[in-house]
Every structure is written in structure tokens, then in C-alpha cells.
Design a protein around this ligand. Structure first.
Ligand SMILES: NC(=O)c1ccc[n+]([C@@H]2O[C@H](COP(=O)([O-])OP(=O)(O)OC[C@H]3O[C@@H](n4cnc5c(N)ncnc54)[C@H](O)[C@@H]3O)[C@@H](O)[C@H]2O)c1
Ligand SMILES: O=c1ccn([C@@H]2O[C@H](COP(=O)(O)OP(=O)(O)O[C@H]3O[C@H](CO)[C@@H](O)[C@H](O)[C@H]3O)[C@@H](O)[C@H]2O)c(=O)[nH]1
Length: 481
């Protein structure tokens, strides 16, 4: 009978996941611990550290009842029956495998902490996304320091997507639990399965061996990202031929073997997971002597980078091949709608390119904060994925950039607009009013197919919509790389 769960890591996964477990399992005490005092303070305040629809409601119902956020890591680990490890697994920035391999420092320190403070048997659940065989490393750390305690390690990767985390957790497509094929391993799987059975139908709980569970997570993200790179690759061909990517994606997705989801052309995928996890997969393939397989998956990331460069080239080419000194409004900075998260958002690459070309950019996003945007535009690649208090401070503010709290303010006097996130409110804007306040010719580059290009062309805009037939202006403007 599970009485207490402790989760190490109070981030996008640890916080919402544990809040839902607490809600659905009132008899279990759930404590989320973190080394970041600021994060824990925020979880205990009215202003939660992450924005996620429905999260506040769940936290308010359980916090102080059977859900707690604490920095007293040792106490709660030692008291828990099940310990989830939901810490950062960033891409390594230096040393062997830099730029691809996962930095497992935080996972290892969590495992060592568990080994140090445990006084009774524990089930340790790998929630973080990790390279295959990480569970073996965790087992070794625990078993070599066990002092006679029985540790069982499970892999229970998380599939929630940001912006829909609470719905995904309430109604998961599946819960995946991998464990050792030993009596002890199977018993641990059953114990964790019982926790999820409080709200997840039995047939949605998949049990596998440890390595299948670890690899399934990487494979799932690689398949999802591959769909986006596929449709984005087709979007380039659509623009070259006069086909419309929305029509093509619909026609393709109606095949029940392919399905309609995840076929929206965009400026590229962002978020904390896809790129990191594919690079992790690529590195695993290389380490296992499979260069062709590594090369295959690497192309998904390459097409993603190509799509971002292609978009910026379109912007610069259309605006008389020069954006120096011109004001460009950026509508949307988060990596997708309904989240304030800016991890690996394509907006970072687009803005950095425009800034390098000396454009003045004015950004409006309904959720991303100015401080975060400044950090994103000054931080080195992959640094963002370390615990917040270990990240470097912004060395200097980007002077050619302003952040506004209103789309009309951002676009006032602008030469061009780039829509980079598909926030619903961008569909409802008064584009006539925006047009009237812009420099002419007024350009609008829609990287998410949010606006109706025909309506905007009627107003007077020169419109570029990703993967859609080009208007006359763009057709006759060759794109420079
Ligand atoms: N963000 C997502 O949507 C998502 C979805 C599925 C899986 N994942 C995976 O889950 C893991 C966590 O991701 P996240 O987005 O929640 O990260 P995050 O950065 O939001 O949170 C991780 C937290 O762990 C804390 N931490 C690190 N080391 C610690 C330690 N030794 N002791 C205590 N706390 C420690 C950090 O301070 C941080 O608050 C990653 O492996 C990620 O790939 C993320
Ligand atoms: O048709 C689409 C769908 C998504 N995207 C983009 O792809 C990125 C990722 O979107 P999404 O997958 O919805 O969000 P994440 O929160 O990154 O979730 C992914 O990454 C998580 C972390 O591993 C997994 O748990 C989820 O299952 C997986 O969907 C975003 O930039 C989206 O704008 C597109 O460009 N076109």
C-alpha cells in the first residue's frame, strides 16, 4: 500500500504530474521537492511558476491537503515509498558527445541523494526522458550504496504536451511502465500500476521491459517531430509549385493509416523536448554503431533548422533584401500557443537572425515575459535547459529589441509583422487598424497559417503564409540563403 510519493524536480513535468496524482489519489501524500528555492516558493504561492490551463485549479484543490512543495529533499525522500525522478536532462554543451548526448548530472545526483538518505525499501521511477540503459546506471548507483535496502528502478516516461498537460494527464493515451523481468521488478510495476489505476483505464496502462520503455519515449518524440519536418519539407515544395500545404496535409491525413494530427506546417518545431530527444537518439545510434540510422533521424532536425532559415530568408528577400533599421513586429514568442514556455522556440532563431541583420524588433507574446525573452536572445544554445539557478545571467540586454504587452503597440510604425506563435487572439486582431498604423508597403509573414491571407491582401498587406501559394510580390522575389 503506497502511503507517500516524493518527486524530485518541480518543473513542467514534476509539478503538474504530481498535482494530478494527488488529486486522483486522495489517500496518498505527494511531496514535490526541488533544489531551486524560488521554484518551490512559487509553487506555494498564488502565482505558480508555470502557466498551464487547468493547473491552478488542481493545485488549489490539493495543496496543503495531500500535495506539498518543499526544499526538504532528504526528509521527503527518506519517508517516501515511491520516488519519481523528474529532473533536467539537457543536451551536453561540452566534452564527449557535446551537442547531442544527454547530460545526466542531475539524474545521477538525484540517485546518489536517494541512496544516501533512504532507510527503507524504495521504488525509484525514472520520469525524466533519458538515454536507453540509464535505469541500469541508476540501479548501479543505488545498489552499490544500498546498505541492505531493496531498490527497484522503473521507467515511466511522461508523454504530456505543454499547454494541454492537465488534459493529457487526466486522459492519457497510454501510461507506460517498464521494469525488470524479475519478481521484484514485476511487483514494483504492479505497485505503480495501482497508483495510475485510480483514474487510468487498465487497458491504457502498458507494461514493458525497462529498455523498451526508455526507448519508446525517444521513438515517440522522434516520430512526432518527423511528421512536422515532413510536412514542413512539403511546405517548401508547395510554395515552389503553387500547391497549398493545408490542402495537401488534409488530403494526406485523411488516409486513416496516416491520420490528420500533427500535420500543421510551421516555422519549425520548438519546445524543450523534440530537438533534445532526437539528438539523444542520434547519439545513441552512433554509439551503437548505427551511423545510417543516426543520419536518418538527424535529418529531422536539419529540416527543422532549414525551415527557420527559409522563413527568415523570405522576410529579408521580400523587404527589398534589407531589414537594417526597419521595425519588425514579432507576434508570438512562446514555442506554441497556451504556454509561456520559450524553450527552443523557433522565435529565438528567427529573432537572432533578424537582429544580426540589424532589424529593430518589437515583440508581443501573451505569456512570455520580457526577462525570459532577453535571456533567450543572449543565452548560449542548450544553457536554458539547466536548473534555473544554475543558468548564466544575461550578460547584456539586447538593445535593438523591445517587448510590449499589446499587439497594436508592437506593430505601430512597423515595416513588417512576423507571426511566430499560433495564439488564438492573433486571429481576432483588427488588421485594418494595424495596417493603417504601419509603414507601406506593409508586410505580414505568417509562419503558422493563423490569418486568412486573402482578407489581409484585400486590406493592402503583402502576405506570406507558410506553404501557401505566393502572391505576386513574393513570386518575383527570389529568396536568398
Ligand atoms: N517539459 C515537458 O513538456 C516534458 C514532457 C515529457 C518529458 N519531459 C522530460 O522530463 C524531464 C523534466 O523536464 P521539465 O520540463 O519538468 O524540466 P524543468 O527544468 O521544468 O524541471 C526540472 C526541475 O528539476 C530540478 N532539479 C534538477 N536537479 C535536481 C536535484 N538533484 N534535486 C532536486 N531538484 C532538481 C530543477 O531545479 C528543475 O526545477 C526532462 O527529462 C524532460 O525531457 C519534459
Ligand atoms: O502539427 C504540428 C504540431 C506541432 N508543431 C510544433 O511542434 C512543437 C512541439 O509541440 P507539441 O508536441 O504540441 O508540444 P510539447 O510540449 O513539446 O510536447 C512534445 O514533447 C513532450 C516532451 O517530451 C512530449 O511529452 C509530448 O508528447 C510531445 O508532443 C511546437 O513548437 C509546435 O508548434 C508544429 O509545428 N506542427
Amino acid at each position: 500500500m503506497v502511503k507517500k510519493i516524493c518527486c524530485i524536480g518541480a518543473g513542467y513535468v514534476g509539478g503538474p504530474t504530481m498535482a494530478v496524482i494527488a488529486l486522483k489519489c486522495p489517500s496518498i501524500e505527494v511531496v514535490v521537492v526541488d533544489i531551486s528555492v524560488d521554484r518551490i516558493t512559487a509553487w506555494n504561492s498564488d502565482l505558480l511558476p508555470i502557466y498551464e490551463p487547468g493547473l491552478e485549479d488542481v493545485v488549489k484543490k490539493c495543496r496543503g491537503v495531500n500535495l506539498f512543495f518543499s526544499t526538504d529533499t532528504e526528509k521527503h525522500i527518506s519517508e517516501a515509498d515511491i520516488i519519481f525522478v523528474s529532473v533536467n536532462t539537457p543536451t551536453k554543451t561540452r566534452g564527449i558527445g557535446a551537442g547531442k548526448a544527454v547530460d545526466l548530472t542531475y539524474c545521477e545526483s538525484a540517485a546518489r541523494m536517494i541512496a544516501d538518505v533512504a532507510k527503507s525499501d524504495k521504488i525509484v521511477v525514472e520520469k525524466s526522458t533519458v538515454p536507453v540503459k540509464t535505469a541500469e546506471a541508476i540501479e548501479k548507483i543505488l545498489w552499490h550504496n544500498s546498505k541492505g535496502i531493496n531498490f527497484q528502478v522503473l521507467s515511466n516516461p511522461e508523454f504530456l504536451a505543454e499547454g494541454t498537460a492537465i488534459q493529457d494527464l487526466f486522459y492519457p493515451d497510454r501510461v507506460l511502465i517498464g521494469g525488470r523481468e524479475t519478481p521484484g521488478g514485476q511487483k514494483a510495476i504492479e505497485t505503480l500500476k495501482e497508483v495510475y489505476s485510480n483514474w487510468v483505464p487498465e487497458d491504457r496502462i502498458i507494461t514493458t521491459n525497462l529498455w523498451s520503455a526508455e526507448l519508446s519515449k525517444l521513438a515517440a518524440n522522434a516520430f512526432l517531430a518527423q511528421r512536422i519536418s515532413s510536412v514542413n519539407a512539403i511546405s517548401a515544395l508547395c510554395e515552389a509549385t503553387g500547391a497549398d500545404v493545408t490542402e495537401v496535409a488534409y488530403a494526406v491525413g485523411e488516409d486513416t493509416r496516416i491520420g490528420p494530427k500533427f500535420l500543421n506546417a510551421s516555422v519549425g518545431f520548438g519546445g524543450s523536448c523534440f530537438q533534445k530527444d532526437i539528438l539523444n537518439l542520434v547519439y545513441l545510434c552512433e554509439c551503437n554503431g548505427l551511423p545510417e540510422v543516426a543520419h536518418y533521424w538527424e535529418q529531422v532536425v536539419k529540416i527543422n533548422d532549414y525551415q527557420k532559415t527559409r522563413f527568415v530568408s523570405r522576410v529579408v528577400a521580400s523587404m527589398f533584401k534589407a531589414v537594417s533599421g526597419k521595425k519588425i513586429a514579432i507576434l508570438g514568442f512562446a514555442f506554441k500557443k497556451d504556454t509561456g514556455d520559450t524553450s527552443e522556440t523557433p522565435a529565438i532563431d528567427v529573432c537572432k537572425c533578424l537582429l544580426r541583420d540589424k532589424a529593430k524588433i518589437s515583440i508581443y507574446d501573451p505569456q512570455a515575459t520580457e526577462d525570459q525573452i532577453q535571456r533567450d536572445l543572449t543565452m548560449n544554445k542548450f544553457d536554458w535547459d539547466h536548473p534555473i539557478h544554475l543558468q548564466p545571467l544575461s550578460p547584456s540586454a539586447v538593445k535593438q529589441m523591445t517587448v510590449t504587452w499589446d499587439a497594436y503597440e508592437a506593430t505601430k510604425g512597423a515595416h513588417g509583422i512576423c507571426i511566430l506563435t499560433e495564439w488564438d487572439e492573433f486571429k481576432q486582431l483588427d488588421y485594418k487598424k494595424i495596417y493603417d498604423n504601419m509603414q507601406k508597403p506593409a508586410f505580414l509573414f505568417d509562419s503558422r497559417n493563423v490569418v486568412d491571407p486573402e482578407k489581409l491582401r484585400e486590406i493592402g498587406f503583402i502576405v506570406y503564409s507558410i506553404g501557401k501559394p505566393l502572391d505576386a510580390w513574393l513570386k518575383h522575389t527570389p529568396v536568398v540563403a
